[in-house]
Design a protein around this ligand. Structure first.
Ligand code: GAL
Length: 369
């Protein structure tokens, strides 16, 4: 009898310790980490913008958060997610480096009961995504294409096409949007495709399948890498005949690639003028727009995306269901989504949209009127 009783306090302490640890790791508000954020890379200003906006939004938050970068590696991304899981997060906000490859990382999070929010880029081919916060990526591509249509003259205008990484679902959405407006103008001879035999072969098709887009992207991808974009542009211009130079139009998928492609076209003596698109409103591209080296960018107000993601996370932490405005199929399930509109910025409205709105300071640029 005596012996039995002796064990009770030891057992009680052991049970209490287990409960305490479980309590800490399950509820961020009790000391652990509440929200884990994983972003693709610090090497692109776009994602550094997101980090800064997250930090600003988190200043007054009662919840604890940590932001980790995957530096372009899915293995590092998985490691980051595992680190955050071990720190007891309840919500994971993640912009995947590679859409399908991120599946196993978020599946590991789901197994721990963590709510997964796909941020800006959709994680594909897995059921382990609860929500998606995003900009209207089809609209991004449409705006880029429409800008080229509205700002070039005549017919037979050489059109150089560039796209993002095939591992990023957004790259398909951007291209799909651009193709939806450019294709009729290619079919009627306004534009002549200068650098993609796959796009040329499909020029009479208004709607492309994912496989067909994949073939085109295989030729025109930049992998979101400014250096790769530069090399591709150089190769394209070296191969281009005289009639594919002169006044040209360039579909560049984002600002980082647009600047390097612009530098290449700008230094070709046979290119008389070029209109070139972009996206993200990176500071360096705003300067390029002011200087006339990039024609437009698509402004994606990261403050809104960050607010949406954080509101969603806090709603989940408070035990409620976040509001969504639609859904995106990720190849496996329909993911409830909240979507934000985008704004076209060029030399005409850059001051109004980016300075007067308080997004950037005028002093960060030169030559701003
Ligand atoms: C996309 C993102 C863009 C751009 C690109 C390269 O997924 O939506 O804003 O930055 O990746 O990182």
């Amino acid at each position: 009898m005596k012996k039995r009783f002796k064990f009770i306090p030891v057992l009680a302490v052991a049970i209490m310790t287990v409960l305490l640890i479980a309590g800490c790791s399950n509820s961020g508000s009790q000391g652990g980490l509440s929200i884990g954020i994983v972003l693709p890379t610090k090497d692109e200003p776009r994602w550094v913008q997101d980090e800064a906006r997250f930090n600003a939004a988190l200043e007054d938050s009662e919840y604890t958060t940590e932001i980790l970068f995957s530096q372009g590696s899915s293995a590092k991304e998985k490691e980051n997610v595992e680190t955050l899981i071990s720190k007891g997060i309840d919500v994971l906000i993640i912009a995947p480096q590679d859409g399908p490859a991120a599946g196993s990382a978020v599946e590991a999070a789901k197994e721990e009961g963590i709510t997964v929010i796909s941020y800006d880029r959709l994680i594909t081919d897995t059921e382990a995504v609860d929500y998606y916060v995003t900009f209207d990526s089809i609209a991004v591509g449409k705006e880029q294409g429409q800008y080229l249509i509205d700002n070039t003259e005549g017919t037979g205008v050489p059109l150089y096409l560039y796209a993002g990484a095939s591992s990023d679902n957004n790259a398909f959405l951007f291209f799909e949007g651009a193709w939806s407006v450019l294709q009729p103008k290619i079919a009627d001879g306004t534009f002549v495709i200068a650098n993609s035999s796959e796009a040329e072969a499909l020029k009479d098709k208004a709607e492309l399948s994912r496989d067909e887009m994949g073939k085109i992207l295989g030729q025109i991808t930049t992998n979101w890498d400014p250096n790769e974009a530069k090399n591709k542009a150089q190769t394209n211009l070296t191969a281009a005949s005289a009639e594919l130079k002169g006044d040209v139009a360039i579909l560049a998928p984002n600002d980082g690639t647009a600047r390097s492609i612009s530098d290449v076209f700008g230094s070709d003596g046979d290119v008389t003028s070029y209109k070139i698109t972009g996206q993200d409103s990176e500071k360096a591209s705003i300067q390029y727009i002011i200087d006339g080296k990039q024609s437009m960018t698509v402004f994606k107000d990261v403050r809104t995306l960050v607010t949406d993601a954080m509101n969603m996370a806090v709603t989940v932490l408070d035990g409620n269901t976040p509001e969504t405005t639609g859904s995106y199929n990720n190849g496996s399930i329909d993911v409830p989504a909240k979507q934000t509109e985008v704004i076209v910025v060029d030399k005409e409205n850059v001051k109004e949209k980016l300075i007067d709105s308080g997004y950037y300071e005028a002093s960060e640029f030169t030559g701003l009127e």
